[in-house]
Ligand binder design. Structure first.
Ligand code: BGC
Length: 526
């Protein structure tokens, strides 16, 4: 990502101050140093979690939605998707490498060769055992479930007039099962994956850059809404659009495996997915009018608390701010103004129908990233997933640094900026241990920070969905990173086994967070 401009302007304006007022060099240096510590960029907090004490048990509103989240491509068999095409290529050509934990190698899927073809083909076997999976949700006391409809299952071939009846029948069974168990469905329409045919070149363009992209996506959404728009009234149009763009078009680690290093070269993709949101929003709202009902429609953004690697380095602080704006807020700002403005470029485009087309904001949160700048070349900064010098830091199997306080920061900031109700549509960790202490800690400390945002900062948070229900196919990380409250035993016919965190989640849903539970896990940060 290119970060230019602002820093230089700061420097230039300070030196011109000198010329104007003829102040001495010593005084000027003092001014610069003071300005560094007083108001430049964000600083890195020494705390990991908000206050360390709670008075009594923390409870949540009665109508709060508690769920887990999944995505079709990660748990189902999706033979006609673009992701599956990539998986087959990686498998056949033995592209199994990774650079380091959490850092994927472009065009590769981590350790895919360690798994038999049957696992790769059916992922978690959810297609066959979805009833068992839904029963596990019920056992945990969940009242909602976020999943995605697979576009490629509805329209496996280009130009089909009607969706594949097999797809409709499959998702009907899932929705019926959820209904029977009193679990409210929350459905995502675009979660990274799409039909392989959508990526064949048409007039020199493919995927979201095709001229008919929005028309094709709308055909899928209309089919979903026609069949399920009465039973599903909670919709997430797009999952983590900026991750899709960065991983797929800039870093080449997700399909379409492209490497366009400059954000200016991907602006049209961002525009297209914003238009896809507007199309889906309108289709759902038209259906609501027809049926006399009110659905909630939003999208979900991947958030991280971006912080300076070195607190004393002004450039680390400034760039951390700039990246946060470009990666998180630019996209959401577009819904406020109706216009996409891409930071660090001169790009601006009005998107018809976008303004105010959000009933809620979805937040996915997985911890913090540190920015280390290079003063000699400010566009070449490093993004660290953790800080080896920090002895309290909690790190997961993908080397991500967890940071509960950052969750509070992101939630309060999101509400201050947009004043929309919020759903946490993802939060969790990769912890493969059977006694998954890190996941237990993530659950307790993050739900605590969410409560803190709801109670002290009055952020209207309406639901929390843990990522994920079961271990699954973690994109370029393959099957190695385990995010499940429930373990999937790939060596033993996909057997489901509850991890300890599933019981902790259940007890929080039923009893809230007791002071003992809080002390046990928050105490780790002391
Ligand atoms: C995605 C999920 C993914 C999870 C853990 C999110 O970026 O929406 O599909 O599995 O994070 O990496």
């Amino acid at each position: 990502m290119k970060i230019v401009g602002w820093f230089y302007f700061t420097g230039i304006s300070l030196w011109s101050v000198k010329e104007v007022f003829m102040i001495s060099r010593k005084i000027l240096i003092v001014i610069i140093i003071l300005s560094i510590f007083v108001n430049c960029g964000k600083s890195r907090s020494k705390e990991y979690i908000s206050a360390h004490k709670i008075n009594g048990t923390i409870g949540f509103p009665k109508d709060f939605l508690w769920g887990t989240a999944t995505a079709a491509e990660q748990i189902e068999s999706t033979p006609d998707s673009n992701w599956f095409e990539f998986i087959v290529d990686a498998y056949k050509n033995k592209k199994f490498l990774t650079i380091s934990p959490g850092e994927a190698k472009p065009g590769h899927i981590n350790s895919l060769g360690n798994y038999p073809w049957e696992v790769i083909r059916v992922k978690t076997n959810h297609d066959e055992v979805f009833k068992e999976d839904i029963s596990l949700m019920k056992e945990m006391g969940l009242n909602s479930y976020r999943f995605s409809f697979a576009w490629d299952r509805f329209f496996p071939k280009e130009g089909m007039n009607e969706p594949d009846p097999k797809a409709i029948a499959y998702y009907k069974k899932i929705i019926e099962e959820l209904k029977e168990k009193n679990i409210k469905p929350s459905a995502t329409l675009f979660h990274f994956s799409s039909p392989a045919w959508f990526w064949k070149e048409k007039n020199g363009k493919r995927g979201w850059e095709r001229e008919d992209a929005i028309q094709q996506f709308s055909i899928f959404v209309k089919a979903v809404v026609k069949n399920f728009g009465k039973d599903v009234t909670h919709w997430c149009t797009l999952n983590e659009p900026m991750v899709f763009v960065a991983a797929g078009y800039m870093q080449g680690v997700h399909p379409p495996l492209e490497m366009r290093p400059d954000v200016a070269e991907v602006t049209q993709v961002i525009v297209a997915i914003l238009k896809a949101h507007v199309a889906a929003y309108n289709i759902i709202k038209d259906n609501d009018k027809l049926l006399g009902q009110k659905s909630e429609v939003g999208f979900t953004q991947h958030t991280r608390d971006f912080e300076p690697y070195r607190n004393y380095a002004i450039l680390d602080r400034i760039i951390a701010d700039r990246i946060e704006q470009a990666f998180i807020w630019d996209f959401i700002d577009a819904f406020k103004t109706g216009k996409l403005k891409v930071s660090n470029t001169s790009f601006e485009e009005e998107i018809p129908g976008l303004k105010d087309s959000l009933d809620y904001l979805g937040i996915n949160y997985y911890g913090r990233f540190y920015i280390e700048s290079n003063i000699l070349n400010p566009t070449k900064f490093k993004v660290h997933m953790n800080d080896p010098g920090d002895k309290f830091e909690r790190i997961n199997n993908l080397a991500w640094a967890h940071y509960p306080l950052g969750f509070y920061n992101i939630l309060t900031k999101s509400y201050q900026r947009y004043r929309l109700p919020i759903y946490i549509l993802e939060n969790g960790t990769a912890d493969s241990a059977d006694d998954d202490i890190l996941r237990q800690e993530i659950l307790v400390t993050h739900i605590y920070e969410m409560w803190h945002a709801m109670n002290d900062a009055k952020v209207p948070i309406k639901g929390y969905y843990h990522w994920s229900l079961i271990d699954n196919f973690e994109w370029a990380e393959g099957f190695e990173a385990k995010f499940g409250l429930i373990k999937v035993d790939y060596k033993n016919n996909f057997k489901r086994e509850k991890r300890k965190s599933a019981d902790i989640y259940k007890s929080i849903i039923q009893n809230g967070i007791t002071p003992e539970l809080f002390e046990k896990y928050a105490g780790l940060y002391k």
